[in-house]
Design a protein around this ligand. Structure first.
Ligand code: 3HC
Ligand code: NAI
Length: 695
């Protein structure tokens, strides 16, 4: 069979110029074929006596967006990118690069190895390696300091921040900014090299000005702020080596790069990168989404206002409905505050905020205003009767083809849909608080939801710049169903002897931003209380029930909002609430429990095993499409440590057999909660991995 693809690296020669074009869609990743193509191009052009200058550029939407991440974790294939960069830099003939779109990671490293860099306006450069658990491994840590100095390079390399052409020019990584077509510019600036107008030099031949203060400050800050992460500290070590002769610095970079490559954090972070993208691959992806321009939001409380803000910021027309004028006023004031925050964060200008408030937002207390809405998102109280009544009214008012969505956290979307005459138009769009900030959107597909309505949910997610994940209907969908189990595991540990502080500390040390008791205090203990009261009639008799959180709530200790929960909130850091401690001790005594000690590892092992077992049940029940969707929900909605890749990636890291062994131990204490899901047992038996189910 003939290969009909365009060659990945092509060479053209004319008028003493050798043009090298990189064409590896979609993002020109520096795959083995690109690396080999670049070396071949240099070999060819170095011996072509007609060629006096070489210019490289990217075909399509970008220059090289980095190494090919899909190759990581597999046996490396020659030629290696560092050798490609060294080969380019060592060329006798001047080599320049024209950069457009993105020059990231290995792409920037290739550019830094050329002898001058021309950027198109709109170019973004950066070293995202640290976000993938590695460091720039093709000379970036050595060449960037030679052009931009140690402090600016450290900033880029340890944060992964991306900067634009102008800023890149200011710090010295870019020589010229020019607008035009990349190929035309490559010819134009190659001619300038020939005429002597554009100077070229080898980055590796420059010297680095020592900056021990910058190194010490960044190293110290990272130790304090990112103690759990591996690669940022290695980035500092690598940049510190840039004061050495290039070959020695490159050697140091290489050995640190391999250390990072072998770290489990690299696998977790790269899994997270792909999880963000994998979730859009849904069965309904080929459907044409319905057109959405006008959005109705019902309920101007915490969620409704946040959802309205997110929609306004994405350019939609929004009508906000509340029960009365006071509700409307409250909602508008929250939205204005959210938009003020967006101005402060530089997301919109003050003028844009004013235009949004006066032209794009309208309000109502009468659902008749939704007659022309393309989508209505309900965010009223979490009460089935209230929701059903809202949907009945929407059914009577909304135009044909309008999408009717609920933001319910737990309730049965099938039942809500059944209260209308058009269940095919009903879907769950589960946002997370604060809705204009949080990345996750669970798109909850009910039994009768039409495929194009699902596609519409995903299209909306994209427009809102959120990560949409497909979920099925069950109590709590993917995220909150696991959260329930997580909380139960934490409560059982507390009942059996661990203090809320010990549990919270263990989870923070594991990598979560906060532990479960701190989170409960922050979001309000009353929310879980309401859910438990609703679930009480369905609760199985054998289920172990911990009444401590209910008792806190009975005394109005809801957490931060009432000044007290598991912790007391006042001046300074929160401290453990003695009243909560008394309740805990009382409940233990009533249940005849002698508290025992749990090590931090034991706490983490139990909680992670509980989370994973629930995640596996969710897969078995068909609520999540694939393990990677569950990972995305936890990474982007629940603060799961990114470097651990999500619960299912962690399950594979722990191993199915070990998980079964743990549950078989815990089952002796509580046979109802601790059950081995069939899928886990099967996976353990055949020595498999859950990643195999990602397809
Ligand atoms: N390697 C392999 N595949 C990549 C890739 C890479 N570096 N970058 C993007 N892709 C893939 C994506 O997975 C996606 O595939 P899919 O269509 O099958 O899901 C496709 O390219 C398009 O990517 P996006 O959906 O992200 O497209 P956008 O236009 O939204 O964004 C981008 C483009 C800004 C380039 C973004 O993809 C990005 O940030 N990529 C990662 C860049 C990166 O991290 N580079 C550093 C790599 S590490 C390195 O270079 C090591 C070196 O120092 C040795
Ligand atoms: P909230 O109590 O802050 O806001 C609800 C608002 O709905 C109130 O302002 C109320 O006046 C209004 N409302 C009630 N009935 C109405 C009606 N018939 N018509 C118009 N407005 C009406 O509640 P919150 O936290 O915003 O939650 C709303 C929904 O979002 C619930 O279903 C909740 O489960 C869900 N949710 C909540 C999250 C959270 O973190 N708070 C996260 C994700 C979902």
């Amino acid at each position: 069979m003939t290969d009909t693809r365009a060659p990945i690296v092509t060479v053209e020669t004319s008028n003493a110029i050798g043009l090298v074009a990189i064409n590896n869609p979609p993002v020109n990743a520096a795959s083995q074929a690109v690396r080999a193509g670049l070396v071949a191009a240099m070999d060819q052009l170095s011996v072509d006596t007609s060629v006096k200058v070489i210019a490289m550029y990217g075909v399509g939407r970008t220059f090289i967006a980095g190494a090919d991440i899909r190759e990581f974790g597999k046996p490396p294939q020659e030629p290696w990118l560092p050798d490609v960069c060294n080969r380019i830099e060592a060329m006798e003939k001047p080599v320049i690069s024209v950069l457009h779109g993105n020059a990231l990671g290995g792409g920037l490293e290739v550019a830094l190895a050329t002898h001058a860099r021309i950027a198109l306006p709109g170019l973004t450069i950066g070293f995202p390696e640290v976000t993938l658990g590695i460091l720039p491994g093709a000379g970036g840590t050595q060449r960037a300091p030679r052009l931009a100095g140690i402090a600016a390079s450290l900033d880029l390399i340890t944060t992964g921040n991306r900067i634009e052409a102008e800023a890149s020019h200011e710090i010295g990584l870019i020589d010229v900014i020019a607008d035009g077509d990349p190929r035309d510019l490559a010819i134009k600036f190659a001619e300038q090299v020939l005429s002597g107008e554009l100077e070229t030099r080898r980055t590796g031949e420059l010297t680095v000005t020592e900056d021990p203060d910058a190194i010490a400050t960044v190293a110290e800050t990272l130790k304090r702020k990112q103690p759990n992460l591996f690669s940022p500290h290695k980035c500092v070590e690598a940049v510190a080596a840039s004061i050495l002769p290039l070959s020695e610095g490159l050697q140091k970079e290489r050995s640190l790069f391999f250390e990072c490559m072998e770290s489990p954090q690299r696998a977790g972070l790269i899994h997270a990168f792909f999880a963000e993208r994998a979730v859009s691959k849904i069965p309904e992806a080929k459907e044409t989404p319905r057109t959405i321009e006008n959005i109705g939001v019902i309920g101007g409380g915490t969620m409704g206002s946040g959802i309205a803000t997110a929609c306004l910021l994405a350019g939609f027309q929004v009508i906000l409905a509340e029960r009365d004028e006071a509700g409307v006023e409250r909602g508008v004031s929250i939205i204005s505050g959210n938009l003020d925050g967006a101005v402060k964060r530089g997301k919109v200008t003050a003028d844009q905020r004013d235009t949004i408030l006066s032209n794009a937002l309208s309000t109502t207390t009468d659902y008749a205003a939704f007659s022309d809405a393309d989508l209505v998102i309900e965010a009223v109280f979490e009460d089935m009767d209230v929701k059903k009544s809202v949907f009945k009214q929407l059914d009577a008012i909304c135009k044909d083809g309008a999408v009717l969505a609920t933001n319910t956290s737990y309730l049965d979307v099938n039942e809500i849909a059944a209260s209308t005459s058009r269940p095919e138009d009903v879907i769950g769009l589960h946002f997370f608080s604060p809705a204009h900030v949080m990345k996750l959107l669970e798109v909850v597909v009910a039994d009768k939801t039409a495929p194009d309505v699902v596609a519409t949910g995903f299209a909306l997610g994209k427009r809102l710049r959120k990560i949409a994940v497909r979920a099925g209907v069950c109590d709590g969908f993917i995220g909150n169903r696991i959260l329930n189990t997580y909380k139960k595991a934490a409560d059982y540990l507390m009942m059996d002897g661990a203090s809320p502080e010990e549990v919270d500390r263990a989870m923070v040390n594991y990598g979560f931003a906060m532990g479960p008791f701190t989170v409960g205090d922050l979001s309000g203990q009353d929310i879980g209380w309401a859910a438990r009261k609703r679930q009480a009639p369905m609760r199985a008799q054998q289920e172990r029930y911990v009444a401590i959180p209910d008792r806190l709530c009975e005394q109005e200790m809801f957490g931060r909002k009432t000044g007290k929960g598991y912790y007391v909130y006042g001046e300074g850091s929160p401290t453990l609430n003695p009243e909560a401690v008394a309740i805990i001790e009382d409940e233990r005594a009533k249940a005849g429990i002698t508290p025992r000690n749990f090590s931090e590892d034991e706490i983490t092992a139990r909680i992670m095993t509980a989370i994973i077992k629930e995640a596996i049940s969710i897969l078995e029940d068909g609520i999540a499409l694939r393990p990677i969707d569950i990972d995305a929900v936890y990474l982007f909605g629940y603060g799961f440590p990114r470097f651990r890749g999500g619960p299912m990636h962690t399950a594979d890291a722990i191993g199915a057999a070990e998980l079964v062994k743990r549950i078989e131990t815990y089952v002796q204490e509580d046979a109802f909660f601790w059950r081995v899901p069939n899928l886990l047992a099967e996976t353990a038996q055949r020595g498999g991995k859950f990643a195999e189910l990602n397809g």
